[in-house]
Design a protein around this ligand. Structure first.
Ligand code: DGY
Length: 323
């Protein structure tokens, strides 16, 4: 039987590409450029499986490709807000994602951002590298202590729980959260976490607010000007989820006028573009969407995407079927 044709939209870790090639007729995006609408449509017209990732906008327009060959989109990543699920379903395409394997690394990045912004680590490094450091002194670069402070989590899914564990057991932080679908009581109790009745209560009480909800129509600009205004002026916002959950313009204003103290961001509204204002601010730490970017995790994500398409081609329901 002819081998199935698989198109991978971006380069994957070598070991996963090797495994893919051993099983399928694979077309790689050799120079790793972001694929255009026309290229994505070509892929849908010619491959049995297309393996996209967060940088590919799989819109209804893209999914309108004809004649359609693709039967499965094996997404590399847990988030799937870049794929129009309704349009995929309408065209009879299965969509899978890669949960679980990136939980720890994404939680680590949330903690890195929290610690860096609170302790002015990015600013300190820039200060040193620019050769401006004149030596230790008692009042130099005073920052905010993290241990013992209150962390408010927006959402209490896998990644938020991993952040809570690190913050509570590692930094003695008090954990508050709001999630319309909270985890079981014993899970919450084991994390020393306190559920709040409203999302606004989390914002009002927390010293650090960390966003861990998926990007949906409902969560777009969930963190808006009014919500930023309800945070403490000494508080910090951390976002490792998706850029659209935060109104970036409102965040810029809140940072400029001192409504909040700072922000640690790994994701942006119009990635890879980052607003010039944010780039110029000292009280923000900015990372280029590195949440899952450890070698181990990226290999695990690739293998998980591969398992999903393998299951599909074997006539089984893939473990991580989204629709
Ligand atoms: C995801 O998996 O959705 C991340 O944003 C990329 O790792």
């Amino acid at each position: 039987m002819a081998r199935r044709k698989v198109i991978v939209t971006r380069r994957w870790p070598e070991e996963v590409e090797k495994e893919l090639k051993s099983l399928y007729d694979v077309k790689l995006n050799e120079d790793d450029h972001p694929m255009s609408v026309a290229e994505l449509q070509d892929a849908l017209r010619s491959a049995d499986a297309v393996l996209p990732t967060v940088s590919d906008k799989i819109t209804a327009d893209v999914l309108d490709a004809n004649p359609l060959c693709t039967k499965i989109l094996g997404n590399f990543g847990v988030g799937f807000n870049h794929i129009d699920l309704d349009a995929a379903m309408a065209r009879g395409i299965i969509v899978t994602n890669t949960p679980d394997v990136l939980t720890d690394c994404t939680a680590d990045i949330a903690m890195i951002l929290l610690l860096m912004v609170a302790r002015r680590a990015g600013e300190g490094e820039r200060h040193l590298r620019s050769k401006s450091w004149t030596g230790w002194r008692p009042t130099h670069m005073l920052a905010t202590k993290v241990s013992g402070k209150t962390l408010g989590l927006v959402g209490m899914g896998r990644i938020a729980k991993a952040v809570a564990k690190r913050a509570h057991f590692g930094f003695d932080m008090r954990i508050l959260f709001y999630d319309p679908y909270p985890p079981p009581k014993e899970v919450v109790a084991n994390l020393g976490a306190e559920p709040c009745d409203t999302f606004d209560e989390v914002l009002r009480r927390a010293d650090f607010v960390s966003v861990h909800c998926p990007a949906t129509k409902e969560t777009r600009h969930l963190i808006n000007a009014a919500r930023l205004a309800s945070m403490k002026p000494t508080a910090f916002l951390i976002n490792t989820s998706r850029g659209d959950v935060v109104d970036e313009k409102a965040l810029v204003s809140a940072l400029q006028d001192g409504t909040i103290a700072g922000a640690g961001l790994d994701v942006y509204e119009t990635e890879p573009k980052v607003s010039e204002e944010l780039l110029a601010m000292e009280n923000v730490v900015l990372l280029p969407h590195l949440g899952s970017a450890s070698r181990e995790t990226r290999v695990a994500m690739g293998m998980r995407a591969l398992d999903n398409i393998k299951a599909f081609f074997a006539g089984k329901t893939p473990r991580d079927k989204v629709v």
